[in-house]
Structure formats: C-alpha cells, structure tokens
Design a protein around this ligand. Structure first.
Ligand SMILES: Cc1ncc(COP(=O)(O)O)c(C=O)c1O
Length: 231
C-alpha cells in the first residue's frame, strides 16, 4: 500500500520554513490556514499580473478571463458537476444569505423549511430568520444521546408545503457523516430542495458522488479564494 509522503507534503507549505512560526501548532483553521506554495504562486501571479477586469481585448484581461474559465472547469471536474453548476462566492455564510433571500421570492407564506440543530450557524440562521417573513420553520433535531440526526425522523416533518431541507454533510461536533444521498432522496420524494453544508466534510472526502436531485452543496476551498457551491 502506498505511504503518504508527509515530508514531501510538508515541503509544499512555506509556513513550515518560516522561523517565526517554528514550534507552533495551529488548530484554528476556521480563521484561515497557511496555504501551499502553489496557491501562493497563483495568488502572486493574480496580484501582480492579472488583477484587471476580465474578458476584455487586452492581454492581461484575456489572461484573467482564461484563468477564471480554468478555475470553473477544474472545480467542476473535481466535483463531477457541470461548469455552470459551480459558483464561487466570498464565504459560505454570504452564499447562503444570498440563496435564502433568493429562494424566499419563490415561496408563499405558510410554506415550510426544515433546519437542523446539528448545523453551523451559516446553514441554519438565514433559513430560521425566514420565519419573520411568514415561512414555517421546523427543526430536525439530533438524538441528544448520540448527537446524530436520524433520517427516519424526517417523515414526520415533511408535508405538502415543505420547500427546503438544510442539513450538514457531517457534524462539526461529533464528526458523524450524514447519509447525504439517502436524505436527499427522501427530500426529493417530498418535493423539497436540499442545501447541504459540506464545509467540514469537503477536505476529507468526495463531495458529489451521485445525482442527488435539487441539491446545493457548499464547500470550503477557502482562505484565500472564497467558498464555492456546486449543485
Ligand atoms: C460547517 C461550517 N459551515 C459553515 C461555515 C462558515 O463558513 P464561512 O466562514 O465560509 O462563512 C463554517 C466555518 O468554519 C463551518 O465550520
């Protein structure tokens, strides 16, 4: 079985060679993490050569547009989705804020949203706040003994007015991975959109493994570079 070459991997991260960081361990990646040299090199290229309006007729602009096209193509291939299904945004929180506002325009008062108490605030708060606009918000609660969400509990929550189900790919607290395909299939059968927060899971596994219906999934290729969603 091939061994992970941790010496090679460490050599890709200049922070390990930075004397002022020597001896420190950083466990605060929600605040950002040190990037590998390939990311630093791409960003340096961007800030020094192509930080212009893209898709105009002058060379730097054409190069900027080509770099953007390449980013969409490569991320779509990585996620196994179409390029037009990938969106890069400033943060998951901001992407979800925009999505919640946009969805609200499609729904009527009394329509229902299901949220969980296993989510990070980003994939819960904006949906819950739609209650003030007349939406009915239901909570799919964890089993307090295990911290897990039980997909079987959803049957009692779905109704003819369910419009959306928001849940995390995995729990930040207990690291349990939710059966996304099964949950999405249940939501699809109920006619609901699905929004999956993949921020915690994405660095550890394959995000898009099948046709999940009307599913938006958020992932954390972040800091620097914003966050994306694929649907
Ligand atoms: C599971 C999860 N979802 C969402 C977010 C929010 O992400 P962002 O900082 O991109 O808004 C975080 C933040 O770390 C997170 O851990």
């Amino acid at each position: 079985m091939p061994q992970l070459d941790s010496r090679f991997i460490r050599s890709q991260f200049p922070a390990f060679e930075e004397p002022s960081l020597n001896g420190w361990g950083f466990f605060e990646n929600a605040g950002g993490s040190y990037a590998c040299r390939q990311v630093i090199s791409r960003l340096t290229h961007y800030y020094t050569r192509t930080k212009v309006q893209p898709y105009y007729g002058f060379p730097a602009s054409m190069a900027a547009g080509a770099a953007m096209d390449e980013a969409y193509a490569r991320m779509a291939a990585y996620l196994n989705v179409g390029e037009d299904e990938v969106h890069f945004g400033p943060s998951t929180t901001q992407n979800l804020y925009v999505l919640a506002r946009a969805f609200r325009e499609l729904w009527d008062k009394g329509d229902e949203i299901i949220v969980t108490n296993q989510d990070h605030e980003a994939n819960s708060g904006f949906w819950r706040r739609l209650e003030k606009t007349g939406m009915v918000v239901k909570e799919w609660g964890i089993d307090p003994r295990t911290g897990r969400l039980n997909p079987g509990d959803l049957d009692a929550l779905f109704s003819a007015r369910t419009r959306l189900l928001a849940f995390p790919h995995c729990s930040n607290i207990i690291a349990h991975v939710n059966p996304v395909a099964e949950i999405a299939a249940r939501a699809k059968a109920a006619g609901a959109f699905v929004v999956v927060d993949g921020v915690s899971y994405a660095p550890h596994g394959c995000l898009m493994s099948g046709p999940w219906g009307r599913t938006s999934i958020f992932s954390p290729f972040t800091r620097p570079g914003g966050r994306i969603w694929g649907s």
